[in-house]
Each structure stands twice: as C-alpha cells, then as structure tokens.
Ligand binder design. Structure first.
Ligand SMILES: [Zn+2]
Length: 433
C-alpha cells in the first residue's frame, strides 16, 4: 500500500492552468500522484490555506560558490569585474567553496529554486552537500585548457585532469535523480579550439552534457571575430561543437543565423537578464529565441554579478525588459516566462521530470504566501501575473523537492542556516577584507 502526502492550498499552477482551490498528492517515490481540485476522501497532511502551489523554479545558470564574492565588484564593467573576481578566486580554499555553496543553497531554497545549472569547481564533497540539502544540480566542472589550473588554491587539477574527473563523476552519478555532471569549458574566448574539440569528442563518447558561456559581451564577439573570423556561435558550430548536448549561458549577442543553428541542434540557452544588465553587456534576443523554439532557461548568473539568486526578480525582468526595449508590451508574456523558469528550465538543464505540477512528475513544489499585502487582493485568475510581476522570493514559505520537505515556514530542514551564515561572514572577511 502506498502512503500519500497530501497538500491543500488556495490555488495551484498546473500545465492545464490555475486550479483553485487545489489539492496535490505525492507518494514515497517522490512523484506526484494527484494534482487537481480537493478530493473529499483525502487525509490532508499539510493544510496550506492562504498559499498557492507552484512548480519549483529552475536556475539555468549560476556559479553558486561565488556567494562569498557578493558585492566584490559592483560598478567596474565586465572585463574589470572578471579580473577582480578571478583575483579573489586565486585565494579561495576548499572550505570557502563549501560554505559559499551552502550559502547559495540557503538562498536558492528560501526563494523557491529546486534545481540549478552551475559552472565552477566541483568534486564529490561539494556534490554531496547539494544532495544532502536535497536540491538538484547540473554540475559542470569549469576548465579552460589542458595545462591550465583553474583553482590553484583549491586543487592542482589541470584542464586535462578535469576532463577525466568529469567522466568519472558523470559515471558515478549517472542514475542519481538529483545530480548531473558535465563539462564546463568556460567560453570560446578563454578555451583553445583544440581543447573545445576534445571536450566535444569526450561529451559525445560519454553521453555527457556541456555547459559553457557564449556571446556574453560585445568584446568577446569582437575578439572571436578577430581570432577566427566568425561570431562565437558560428565559430563553435564550425567545430561541430553543437553535435554534443550543449547548454549555453547568456547568448546576449546571438545573431539570427546563430539562433537558427541553436534551434536545429537542440542547443539550450540560459537567459540571465539581471547579470547582463548589471555588467552592461546588453539585452539577449529572447523573443527571437522563443519564436525559434529554442530550449530555454532563466538564470541569475553568480551573485558577483547580480547580487541575488532570487529567480522571481529574474522572471519579472525577463518578461518586461524586452517590452521596454522594443516598445511592445506583447514582446514577451508572463505565461511564457514562468513556463521557461519552471518546465522549460528543468528540461534544458536535464531534469525533465521536474518543472510541472502534474501526475508522474517529481514533487518539486513551492508554496507562496497569498496573505501578504502585496498579494492582496488576488483573484485566482491573476495567479500567474502575481507570480511573474508581484511575488518575490520572500513570499516563499514551503519547499518540497522530490517529495522531501526542505523548507518549512521560514526554517531550513536540511541545512543549519545560522551556522552557514556565520561561516560565510568569516570566510568573506578573510578573502576580500
Ligand atoms: Zn556565468
């Protein structure tokens, strides 16, 4: 006999639209067994009156351990920002990465994120922190070149060693529903063509995904044009890079032809509007990417260029930014972006069973408080608009991931929040001063 956990709420966002009032149930496998109107015979486990249920948000691109660098370079512009954060990265220890990651896990869970794509230094110890917190991660191990040591104060692994490590970890976690491991070649302007070719070959041979940055800044596009005579996307296409499964961050300066290549090859993109705006890099062609049917996610990028991991802010920006830039209120619509931030993002980063409150999907559920002033008054038909334009991460009260209750009424159930914040303050003081 199966044991169901049953949630009741005022409203619920499902692929079929908003249901109000609503009931959702999942079993001990962590998958949803019912999502619909309240059933008369149910024994309610969690009475969430005054709340709406929505699928957990998916962060399409971040570097989570960089939480310790929040505010390290806020007004300097992209290339100087990069130099500042990379300077700090030469001093980080493994303990710093652990506490930086845990601080990010706190923030993501508190603001309703259940899965994230991350490019940084990753090893088993760090992956296990994510698993013990109960979150889902697509962990891409950052690398630049065969003989380059990306994190010298953490590990002596060269780029060549990192490629071996990715293959080992990808094999180890292949069946794990919380973990995907991939290659993280930083960007076409920091990696050699030979290195990118090798990553591609290994990705194809091992069925391992790649996460990389593409066309983030105009300076990058100019540099790649000068070096290779192509825009970054076309240059990578000339290496047959997109034969592999590639998830690309930013794509601010993607051309129409490149968007078509991405659509043809199934290459996914994480749109990160706040980071792109803060670093002065521009506005990605999101409406064109939507029209072309690209696999899309919405991401925050690291807090060093944001300064938050709250995807509700990103969701609003991704919706209204393109309207203002094009003087067209229909350029991007709220139902489109919330779909990208949940179902679309989950599929783009390799967790297709997350992202929707529907039978058979994982119970990756967020409960948002509807009793707050900013949600008053709220007719049920306005739920999507509220989640896109009005709600913030501070409205999140409950989070379940794969049926595991990880956050309850402001309290973390899988992390010692006070201890993590205390350790983070000490690490930051030592690292940045
Ligand atoms: Zn990034």
């Amino acid at each position: 006999m199966t044991t169901e956990t049953v949630l009741r709420a005022d409203a619920m966002l499902t692929p079929a639209g908003t249901i109000a009032p609503a009931e959702l149930a999942f079993d001990e496998t962590g998958r949803i067994t019912y999502a619909g109107p309240p059933r008369s015979a149910s024994e309610v486990t969690h009475d969430l009156a005054g709340h709406a249920l929505m699928p957990g948000l998916v962060n399409g691109h971040t570097h989570s351990a960089m939480t310790l660098q929040r505010g390290a370079s806020d007004d300097e512009g992209f290339m100087q920002w990069l130099a500042t954060v990379q300077g700090i990265e030469q001093r980080v220890t493994h303990d710093d990465l652990v506490v930086g990651l845990e601080l990010a896990l706190l923030e993501m869970i508190e603001t309703g994120t259940v899965a994230f794509a991350d490019m940084y230094y990753w090893d088993e110890a760090l992956i296990e922190r994510v698993r013990s917190a109960g979150m889902r991660v697509f962990a891409a191990l950052a690398c630049n070149a065969n003989d380059d040591v990306a994190f010298p104060s953490v590990s002596s692994l060269t780029g060549a060693n990192v490629l071996d490590e990715v293959e080992r970890l990808a094999t180890k976690y292949r069946e794990d529903p919380l973990v995907r491991v991939g290659f993280g070649p930083h960007a076409p302007y920091t990696c050699t063509p030979e290195f990118l070719r090798e990553v591609r070959e290994r990705a194809l041979a091992g069925g391992i995904p790649i996460h990389t940055h593409i066309s983030e800044s105009a300076a990058e596009v100019a540099q790649i044009r000068e070096q290779y005579g192509e825009t970054p996307g076309n240059y990578l296409a000339s290496l047959d890079f997109f034969d592999a499964e590639v998830h690309a961050a930013h794509c601010v300066h993607l051309t129409e032809a490149e968007v078509a290549v991405f659509a043809q090859t199934g290459t996914s993109v994480s749109h990160n509007p706040v980071s792109n705006l803060k670093l002065g890099n521009g506005i990605a062609p999101l409406p064109e990417m939507i029209d072309a049917g690209l696999k899309l996610a919405i991401g925050t990028d690291s807090v060093a260029s944001n300064n938050s991991l709250d995807l509700f802010e990103e969701l609003k920006q991704a919706t209204i930014l393109h309207r203002g830039a094009r003087q067209d209120a229909a350029a991007v619509l709220g139902p489109q972006t919330i779909d990208i931030a949940t179902r679309g993002g989950a599929a783009a980063i390799g967790f297709p069973d997350s992202g929707a409150l529907a039978v058979g999907r994982f119970a990756d559920i967020v409960a948002v408080d509807l009793t707050v002033t900013t949600a008053t008054p709220l007719p049920p038909e306005n739920l999507v608009a509220h989640l896109v334009y009005g709600a913030t991460g501070r409205d999140v009260r409950e989070v379940f991931i794969g049926g595991r209750h990880v956050y309850h009424d402001g309290t973390h159930l899988t992390l010692d929040a006070d201890a993590v914040r205390e350790k983070a303050r000490a690490a930051r003081a030592r690292l940045v001063g």
